[in-house]
Design a protein around this ligand. Structure first.
Ligand code: FES
Ligand SMILES: [Fe+2]
Length: 445
């Protein structure tokens, strides 16, 4: 249980809030590089601020206040120029610092434009993602986590705007036993509701058995928290315990096996941009994928149909199951009503770490994972089960034909292409539910 004030301290992300102060010390991905190739502007909500990301015709990225300083037209409709973004209403032109460069309808000798500047923030590109930094200067380095600088890999990025606070999403990553229930036992029930057998070939993934956890453990390490588990029948020599599975502070889950991240970007107190960032092995003889080519795909959100019944085809895979859990806790989980047990100690450790790091940031120090020395930011390796030499334990994560069935395997562009090449049935991609899985949706008519 958490007092209501503490819940607010950990969940509110706007300017001037304790958590907002901590989170403003980090770079956050706000788009895939390829998105701005397809369209040169994108509306961005980040840490409670509304902004417009753009790429001008000389290739410079900018992130500026959404509203033109003149009469507040939304710059999402802005026209990229050789240098800067032009408001379509009366032609005011801004550069990436937000400085107004031109005001065509003002007298030619006017110096008015020199006194007009939009709020702006720095943008940087890494590993197929565009990162923004809303914090105090000097900005730290964008962390070079190993999957973001890996060579001979093809990346893709799934995304969804999950209508709930970021913290309940992160807490799920410190909760090993939910996999046994939500991703196994409930998964079997979802297959039953779909009227399929567990080994029905038309089902995207095989149904792994429900194996009880016999032991869980957590260690705070340099970059976050490692969670460990021993499943029934295994020992502490199993990679699940020996290497564990890291949560990268403050907002990422390393993918099982170490091939990417699930990144939770707090948009505001009740919305989270969720990125499934994945590296897929490629043949070294293939030309390398360019960052501008990294494909994106949307991940449909679970919910109920117009009769108020769960849509089970959106719940037969990890991403849908997790999204349902987070969204159905409500926009901001009411933690003062919780009853935490011994199995919840991972999230208690994480909440404590957040609280400590808020204090560090509020005192002007650099919190965990703020990097300033390029020498220590070349390629930051993380411990994970994927380090184990014997990979046979991973077989349960995949179908025998080698197609990934991980959290968004059903939707991933590269995974679907691989499945098609191998002749695996690729299910139609469903739309998001008409009524999202928010707490109380059963009352909606
Ligand atoms: S509102 Fe943007 S130029 Fe007038
Ligand atoms: Fe999960």
């Amino acid at each position: 249980m958490l007092a209501q004030e503490v819940n607010e301290r950990l969940t509110q992300v706007g300017p001037g809030t304790p958590m907002g102060t901590l989170l403003r010390r980090y770079w956050f991905p706000v788009a895939a590089t390829s998105e701005l190739e397809e369209h040169p502007t994108k509306g961005v909500r980040l840490l409670g601020e509304d902004l417009v990301l753009y790429k001008d015709r000389s290739g410079t990225y900018g992130l500026v206040d959404w509203a033109c300083a003149h009469r507040r037209l939304n710059l999402l409709y802005g026209i990229p120029e050789e240098n800067g973004l032009r408001c379509p209403y009366h032609g005011w032109l801004y550069d990436e610092t937000g400085q107004c460069l031109e005001q065509p309808a003002e007298p030619p000798d006017s110096t008015f434009k020199e006194r007009v500047q939009l709020k702006s923030y720095p943008v940087t590109q890494l590993g197929g993602l565009l990162f923004a930094y809303l914090g105090p200067q000097p900005a730290p380095l964008v962390p070079h986590w190993e999957p973001m600088v890996r060579e001979h890999t093809a990346r893709d990025v799934g995304w969804a705007v999950v209508p709930c606070n970021w913290l309940q999403i992160m807490e799920n990553s410190l909760d090993p036993t939910h996999t046994e229930w939500l991703h196994r036992y409930f998964s079997h029930y979802a297959i039953e509701r779909l009227g399929k057998g567990k080994d029905d070939p038309s089902f995207w993934r095989n149904a792994p058995p429900v194996v009880p956890h016999v032991k869980i453990g957590f260690d705070v390490f340099d970059y976050g928290i490692v969670k460990r588990r021993v499943l029934q029948g295994d020992t502490e020599d199993h990679p699940n315990w020996k290497y564990g599975h890291p949560i990268v502070f403050p907002n990422m889950l390393h993918d099982r096996g170490g091939n990417g991240f699930q990144i939770r970007v707090p948009m505001d107190d009740t919305h989270t941009l969720y990125l499934w960032y994945q590296c897929h092995d490629t043949d070294p003889s293939e030309p390398p994928q360019r960052d501008e080519e990294v494909p994106t795909y949307t991940v449909p959100l679970p919910g109920v149909d117009l009769q108020g019944r769960p849509i089970w085809s959106l719940l037969d895979h990890n991403a849908g199951q997790d999204n349902m859990a987070w969204m159905s806790q409500g926009p901001v989980s009411q933690r003062w009503l919780e009853k935490l047990g011994e199995s919840d100690r991972g999230l208690i450790i994480y909440r404590r770490l957040l609280d400590q790091q808020i204090n560090v940031a509020e005192d002007g120090g650099d919190p965990m994972n703020v990097f300033r020395d390029p020498a220590t930011n070349v390629s930051i390796a993380l411990p994970s089960e994927g380090m184990a030499e014997d990979k046979s334990w991973q077989a349960g994560l995949q179908r025998a034909n080698g197609v990934s069935t991980g959290s968004t395997g059903k939707y991933s562009v590269i995974n679907r292409e691989a499945a098609q090449r191998k002749g695996v049935l690729v299910a139609e991609k469903p739309e998001s539910a008409p009524i999202p899985a928010m707490a109380g949706t059963h009352l909606v008519r």
